[in-house]
Design a protein around this ligand. Sequence first.
Ligand code: ADP
Ligand code: ZN
Length: 194
Amino acid sequence: MYGPKDHGWIEVIVGPMYSGKSEELIRRIRRAKIARQKVQVFKPEIDNRYSIDDIVSHCGEKEGAIAIKNSEEILEFLKKDIDVIAVDEVQFFNENIINILTKISNGGKRVICAGLDMDFRGEPFGSVPKLMAIAEFVDKLQAICMCCGNPATRTQRLIDGKPANYNESVILIGAKESYEARCRKCHCVPKDEV
Ligand code: ADP
Ligand code: ZN
């Protein structure tokens, strides 16, 4: 996979948190740059985990990126002579990301995107399942389960050290929130009976 000849394509990298999605995206960006291809990197503005203008892996590797408010801004910022477009944390964009990445790849560019395939409940995350369906290449990565050491496919949300409830609100005030990688068996999402 070095560069499109007469059409582009879409590559998708998915998995839970800590599975190495950002690491893999950074590796592909660097290889393209070594081959003197022009790369533009985007990320949603909400992900200010470590840095506003970089994509950063959990082990500290980083690459410069443009932080954007919505998927439409990819078309606004996209330069004409670009060969490769990379998008990290793709699960945070609205459904229009599908049309935008389709248009860009139809136009002859290589598109690489990375994101969570499941939310903390273990349910498909936003537009990512659709992106996986229309992509030419899909890589589903695993982390290592923090409880049992099996391959981890899910992201465990913890609030003050305890598994977050299915209906727990996304924004929490005064609580300590953390995430860890877990396998199917150790992933735990308590649900209140109604
Ligand atoms: P992602 O983008 O999928 O969240 P990153 O590329 O940012 O993943 O981080 C991957 C790195 O996270 C690994 O190389 C490792 O250093 C670290 N890590 C922390 N916890 C785990 C775990 N449970 N399993 C595997 N790697 C882990
Ligand atoms: Zn486990």
